[in-house]
Write a protein that binds this ligand. Structure first.
Ligand SMILES: Nc1nc2c(c(=O)[nH]1)N[C@H]1C(S)=C(S)[C@@H](COP(=O)(O)OP(=O)(O)OC[C@H]3O[C@@H](n4cnc5c(=O)[nH]c(N)nc54)[C@H](O)[C@@H]3O)O[C@H]1N2
Ligand SMILES: Nc1nc2c(c(=O)[nH]1)N[C@H]1C(S)=C(S)[C@@H](COP(=O)(O)OP(=O)(O)OC[C@H]3O[C@@H](n4cnc5c(=O)[nH]c(N)nc54)[C@H](O)[C@@H]3O)O[C@H]1N2
Ligand code: SF4
Ligand SMILES: [Mo]
Length: 694
């Protein structure tokens, strides 16, 4: 028997590290970072290794399963597709197209067979009820890109390898490996930056990233928009906008600044916990730096003013002359374009959710309304749901209400690899084959990377006869639904065909042949300024004062216009290097060691309540009261408590032996579906007011 190394990109997070997977015949026996990947250069994190566990997971579904009462029975693929088609068609014909809902979870983005094939099925369904993990995540970014630059994916990325100063808010890339900034081995890159220039972190927790920063400031959760508004005011004191490069390409900058300048500065330090002198000093650093970039992520994206935060960040980068500039922020000119002709630029408020009347964005409704769209009677109510690679019971606000709602559906279909908190309600689960036996090209994360890169992942082993790729499953459901409803549907061709076509739309010169000959991927060099040439707004200019954002400013002033006292305790999230949202707790390599589900609280806050570290506490939010263990954590800002999301396993009917045995409550059993970002309805998961008692 010989050992053989095979190479592909890791499918588990945005860092898209190259992996070297060692096979003994067709058995995967070891994994390490691919030293020859020009982008990731051998980087791997504990999750990359846990692919071994995923492949061997005894609970992983490997054939379609049909639920009969509390029992699960295998069903053949053809029968499964036919059943899905008939049951979905029955719901559509009785209750109308809107009665079918769909929720797409995070891993869809990591599989070409999902991201490129799901849209055809969704279009065929013609339902307004499409949801995804985007609205508990990065919607404010996409919205601001669309509003200012004309395309949801014209995303300015911090040029972290070349910038002199990075001001980072609400992100912890040392643990998360970076987001909307694909940069494998990001900790090394940030350390290099902190030696060459300055990394400044604004976070309510002295996070692992704050610990390698040159400077860290605590901020009270949910108040970043105030901080950023004050920063922009301070920058104006230091000098005029450095917009010579693009002054004739801006629309509405003066109006935007005038509106932002009405915000009373004296309220800012009371609410944020950052004093005026510190804000002025950061403004000075940005003003004096040869190049600088401001970047804000999860902590900012999922708070009440997420869109305002992203808008203000764009304006600051623009004002300081750092937009679309080397060392500032740059848009990736991807080998396989996701902007430009024929791509989905985005649209807004073309329809509204039935119950709460929230606007769609880019064809989706905010997932915070999903439960009410199922459990509120009336015409247009969701009666059938498709989930694909999603676990909304643990990932979206008020998971308990959602789980009750899922139990009342006429039909639920899940494309998933496990029977978990969400999929246990499905009538039918269709599990795709392992990503290791499928073709993959990273459509999204190559396009959000800090360099221009391209890599084709080829199957590392032969697919087995009983396996179906993601793309075959989407095609299969759509064909069966079309057959059952008498609609026309042409199945999409296989992935290599779509990948070749996608590359042809770009101008990089990369084609399938080149990719096939480069098993470690291709580096096409650093990003270059191109945003101004690629604007997709109707007047070809940057929209500095988009109406939905200008209109949201009064909400900020209402919330914080007066220097009043903040809520006593504010809850924020926390990620761990061995977690991946809710779904990798069944991997032995990742769950071994100390428990990490606990609520963390500052020692002073514990003392004030007479609570000992390690005690059981009751935590109460606007929607629930739960019990869990608390631990002292002096890295937190006083007044802030933190809890990781993705726990709360072990629910009746769930079948993940290791995960189900773990302690821990679900963050989203506390989070409030009424707490939303204004323009988008993105969930405000961070900064949740809570109380904690012994
Ligand atoms: N409170 C709080 N909530 C959060 C967050 C937070 O920070 N705090 N983070 C949010 C963020 S950023 C995100 S992205 C969302 C994630 O939200 P979701 O995407 O809903 O949840 P995941 O935990 O990623 O669940 C992934 C699902 O995909 C399945 N799966 C895994 N691999 C595959 C595969 O190859 N194919 C298929 N078909 N299925 C697969 C898993 O079994 C699981 O059911 O959670 C959000 N929710
Ligand atoms: N190990 C691991 N890695 C992951 C994931 C995982 O679950 N585990 N999930 C992946 C996914 S889907 C995503 S989207 C990315 C997310 O990756 P990141 O965007 O880096 O998100 P987090 O790691 O949640 O870090 C958010 C930071 O914001 C801080 N924060 C919370 N509220 C506020 C606030 O109001 N203001 C400010 N300024 N800061 C605040 C938190 O303390 C935390 O340090 O991570 C990805 N990588
Ligand atoms: S950092 Fe992300 S892409 Fe790299 S090995 Fe870890 S999970 Fe995979
Ligand atoms: Mo995410």
């Amino acid at each position: 028997m010989t050992r053989q190394s095979r190479f592909r990109a890791c499918p588990l997070c945005e860092a898209i590290c190259g992996l070297e997977l060692q096979y003994q015949d067709d058995a995967l026996v070891a994994i390490r970072g691919d030293e020859q990947d020009p982008f990731s250069r051998g980087h791997i994190c504990p999750k990359g290794n846990a692919l071994l566990d995923l492949e061997a997971d005894p609970d992983r579904l490997r054939q379609p399963m049909r639920r009969i009462g509390d029992d699960w029975q295998p069903i053949a693929w053809d029968a499964a597709f036919a059943l899905a088609g008939e049951r979905l068609a029955a719901v559509a014909s009785t209750h109308g197209a809107a009665a079918i809902g769909a929720y797409l979870g995070n891993p869809n983005v990591h599989h070409f067979g999902s991201i490129a094939y799901a849209p055809a099925l969704l279009r065929l369904l013609k339902t307004p009820n499409i949801y995804s993990a985007s609205s508990v995540d990065q919607w404010p970014h996409q919205f601001v890109n669309w509003a200012m630059y004309g395309h949801q994916f014209l995303l300015p990325i911090p040029d972290i390898d070349r910038t002199d100063v990075l001001l980072m808010l609400g992100a912890n890339p040392v643990v998360s490996n970076g987001s909307l900034m694909t940069a494998p081995g990001v900790a090394k890159r940030l350390k290099a930056l902190s030696q060459r220039g300055q990394l400044i972190v604004i976070d309510p927790r002295r996070s692992e990233t704050a610990q390698i920063a040159n400077r860290h400031l605590f901020i009270r959760p949910g108040t970043d928009a105030l901080f950023l508004a004050a920063l922009l005011q301070e920058l104006q004191r230091l000098g005029p906008a450095r917009i010579a490069r693009y002054h004739d390409r801006l629309n509405g900058l003066d109006a935007a600044l005038a509106a932002i300048n009405t915000f009373p500065l004296d309220a800012v330090s009371t609410h944020t916990g950052i004093d005026q002198a510190a804000i002025a000093s950061i403004a000075k650093v940005l003003h004096e730096a040869p190049t600088a970039a401001v970047y804000g992520r999860m902590g900012l994206s999922t708070q009440r003013f997420g869109s305002l935060c992203q808008w203000l960040i764009q304006l600051i980068n623009l004002y300081t002359g750092n937009l679309d500039r080397e060392g500032g922020t740059l848009v990736n000119d991807a080998a396989m374009p996701i902007t430009g002709p024929g791509t989905a630029s985005g649209h807004y408020a073309r329809w509204h959710s039935r119950v709460r009347g929230l606007p769609e964005f880019a064809g989706e409704l905010p997932v915070s309304v999903l439960a009410e769209e199922i459990d509120t009677p009336g015409a247009g109510r969701i009666r059938a749901l498709i989930t694909s690679a999603g676990n909304p019971v643990l990932s979206t606000p008020d998971g308990r209400r959602l789980e009750r709602a899922l139990g009342t559906l006429d039909f639920m279909l899940s494309i998933d690899i496990s029977i978990n908190e969400t999929t246990r309600f499905a009538d039918l689960i269709l599990p795709p084959a392992s990503p290791l036996s499928q073709y993959h090209y990273d459509l999204i994360f190559n396009a959000f990377a800090v360099r221009r890169v391209a890599r084709l992942s080829v199957p590392l082993r032969e697919p087995q006869a009983h396996e179906r790729g993601d793309w075959q499953i989407f095609n299969g459901i759509a064909q069966a639904y079309a057959a059952a409803t008498g609609k026309a549907f042409t199945a999409l061709p296989e992935p290599l065909h779509l990948i070749a076509g996608g590359l042809q739309r770009g101008n990089s010169g990369v084609d399938l042949e080149l990719l096939m000959a480069a098993p470690h991927g291709i580096d096409l060099g650093p990003l270059t300024p191109c945003l101004l040439d690629r604007l997709e707004t109707s007047d070809g200019k940057v929209q500095c004062a988009p109406a939905p954002l200008m209109d949201d400013l009064p909400r900020l002033i209402d919330a914080f216009g007066n220097p009043e006292t903040a809520p006593s305790l504010s809850l924020i999230g926390r990620r761990h290097p061995r977690s991946n949202n809710s779904w990798m707790h069944n991997a032995p390599r990742l769950v071994k060691g100390k428990a990490r589900h606990q609520l963390h609280m500052h020692p002073n806050d514990l003392a004030a309540r007479g609570i000992a570290s390690g005690a059981q506490v009751r935590i109460r939010s606007a929607i629930a009261e739960l019990q869990t263990e608390v631990l002292a954590d002096s890295d937190l800002m006083p007044g802030v408590v933190s809890l990781p999301h993705g726990f709360g396993h072990g629910r009746a009917g769930s079948k993940q032996q290791l995960a189900d045995a773990l302690d821990g409550i679900s963050y989203n059993d506390l989070s409030d579906p009424a707490a939303l970002d204004g323009p988008t309805g993105n969930a405000a998961l961070n900064g949740l007011p809570v109380s904690v008692e012994a």
